[in-house]
Design a protein. Structure first.
Lengths: 263, 263
């Protein structure tokens, strides 16, 4: 209950911040639109030379982009804290969370939470609209279930980043965490089924990219049956459990090594 | 003055040494990127109407592009400036006996020299193992290295100027993202500019951004003759001067607005 009250307070602060930085909000929307436009130009150029890529049409690839944009919206709004944890550790910012009467990780997550999720979901909507215009099919019920899959994938990814960032307790700067993010960004544009089977397995059980865009797209287009989809959800829940154990273990071990400014 | 620059470069080198593991993580993204390019274009070429372009050529193109962009791009500078402005850290560099711009420039220069040597070795090794074809003309290779210096300077001036937007807006992520989307597309990072069609191709080739990496990749791949390189070279020098003048002007405007702690 205390956590809920605290969360709501942080929300209020977040809303005030968002209202304060209107220009930044508008620029964020504009940058999303520009990214969509460039992505459209890129795929438009590719599809001017071919009709399908391993069975994927232009419209279906736009659906993949839409689901990845949705993943980013969830990740940046709720789990953004995991991307910057190394700086918190090495520059001593962790001190102020350690003196609070609550779990420092939860406190940091609440502080970094952004209510700008609706602004971020804007690009998702635009990508889906483009996909529909290009003839991609979407089943509404399946789409709703696919949203759950995307949300769970953002939680898995955040836990991976927490585990990686916590290594900063031992090895200092971990900009490699951002490199992992860049890596995901690089692959995210493409449906994973164009890659060899080994890579597909890695993108399902390693970095869960398949859950961020390809599986949700396939299910929304009714190209995955319900029982297979449910199995995938179970795998996601298992991955969350495994990564939660790893992240908590590394974080707790690291915390014991931490010495704040002034000892 | 030379002594100060040298010291700054040595500090940067020590940072690289201190965060060696982090650096290795970042380097791991390189083979993954090449693998993505290989599988994507393999599928596209199997189903496309593209003629006169081979998979080997495209893999060499994207590999060289990745290396060139990692050497010359200064994507971390806007974030650093924004951080210095927002958190009041700008006061520290302002009190140093070297200008803020030079301070950032020489810090970045060492990183770029380090990556230049590293990627030159990697590309040399790849050219032997995977038979990637690069120019063997010593004069053209020399021109490539000189063009890399100008590409670094152009990139620095551009990213520095964009970073200075932090003087006017608290949060400049949106504008930085917009800038990066446009420049990466127009510099040929998404797709070789030759594959674009009509007006889009003309716009990309006329823009100064094509001179920041597409030009360098084309030189190294031996696509340009000396007669084609010289005018582009002259244009690159002019654009470098323009970008530095703009950076100087915007810095003066921003400096007037800045009030740091205790200043």
């Amino acid at each position: 209950m205390n956590y809920l009250r605290l969360f709501l307070r942080y929300m209020r602060i977040n809303i005030n911040t968002l209202l304060e930085y209107k220009a930044s909000f508008i620029l964020g929307i504009l940058s999303s639109l520009l990214y969509i436009f460039i992505s459209f130009l890129f795929w438009g150029t590719i599809y001017s030379y071919t009709k399908t890529i391993n069975g994927w049409t232009f419209g279906q690839v736009m659906l993949v982009q839409g689901f990845f944009a949705m993943f980013l919206a969830f990740f940046w709004s709720i789990f953004h804290f995991s991307e910057h944890m190394d700086k918190l550790i090495i520059y001593g910012g962790l001190d102020r969370f350690l003196v609070r009467p609550m779990n420092p990780l939860v406190a940091y997550m609440f502080e970094m939470f952004s209510v700008d999720i609706f602004g971020r979901l804007f690009s998702t909507i635009v990508f889906f609209w483009i996909a529909l215009q290009l003839g991609a099919s979407m089943n509404i019920m399946n789409f709703a279930a696919a949203v759950v899959m995307v949300f769970l994938s953002s939680a898995i990814f955040a836990l991976i980043l927490v585990a990686l960032s916590s290594l900063a307790f031992w090895i200092g700067k971990m900009e490699s965490v951002i490199a992992v993010f860049d890596l995901v960004w690089n692959i995210s544009d493409y449906p994973i089924t164009i890659f060899p089977v080994t890579a597909q397995i890695l993108m399902t059980f390693g970095i869960p990219l398949a859950f961020m865009q390809t599986y949700p797209t396939l299910f929304t287009m009714q190209q995955l049956n319900l029982s297979y989809f449910l199995q995938l959800i179970v795998i996601e829940i298992l991955l969350i459990f495994i990564w939660l154990q790893i992240a908590t273990f590394v974080w707790n071990k690291g915390l014991k090594r931490y010495s704040s400014y002034g000892g | 003055m030379v002594d100060k620059r040298l010291r700054l470069m040595i500090i940067s080198l020590n940072n690289l040494r201190a965060y060696f593991i982090d650096f290795l993580f970042r380097l791991a993204g390189f083979p993954v990127y090449i693998a993505i390019v290989y599988f994507l274009w393999k599928v596209i070429l199997e189903n496309s109407s593209l003629t006169g372009i081979s998979l080997g050529f495209l893999v060499t193109y994207y590999t060289t592009m990745y290396a060139v962009r990692n050497i010359v791009e200064q994507w971390e500078i806007p974030g650093k400036i924004s951080n210095d402005v927002r958190q009041g850290h700008m006061v520290v560099p302002l009190t140093k006996p070297i200008s803020y711009r030079s301070y950032l420039f020489w810090q970045s220069a060492l990183n770029s020299i380090f990556f230049l040597v590293l990627y030159a070795l990697i590309l040399f090794a790849l050219s032997i193992v995977f038979h990637m074809t690069f120019t063997s003309d010593p004069l053209i290779i020399l021109l490539f290295f000189i063009s890399m210096i100008f590409a670094f300077m152009m990139n620095f001036a551009m990213f520095f100027t964009i970073g200075l937007s932090a003087f006017w807006m608290e949060e400049n992520n949106g504008i930085v993202r917009m800038f990066m989307s446009v420049t990466s597309f127009l510099s040929g990072a998404w797709i070789p500019l030759d594959l674009l069609s009509g007006t889009l191709k003309d716009i990309a080739l006329l823009s100064p951004f094509s001179l920041t990496s597409y030009f360098q990749v084309s030189i190294l791949q031996g696509k340009l003759s000396l007669e084609q390189i010289i005018p582009e070279f002259a244009l690159m020098i002019v654009w470098t001067l323009i970008f530095f003048l703009v950076a100087k002007f915007v810095w003066k405007l921003g400096e007037r607005r800045y009030t740091g702690y205790g200043v």
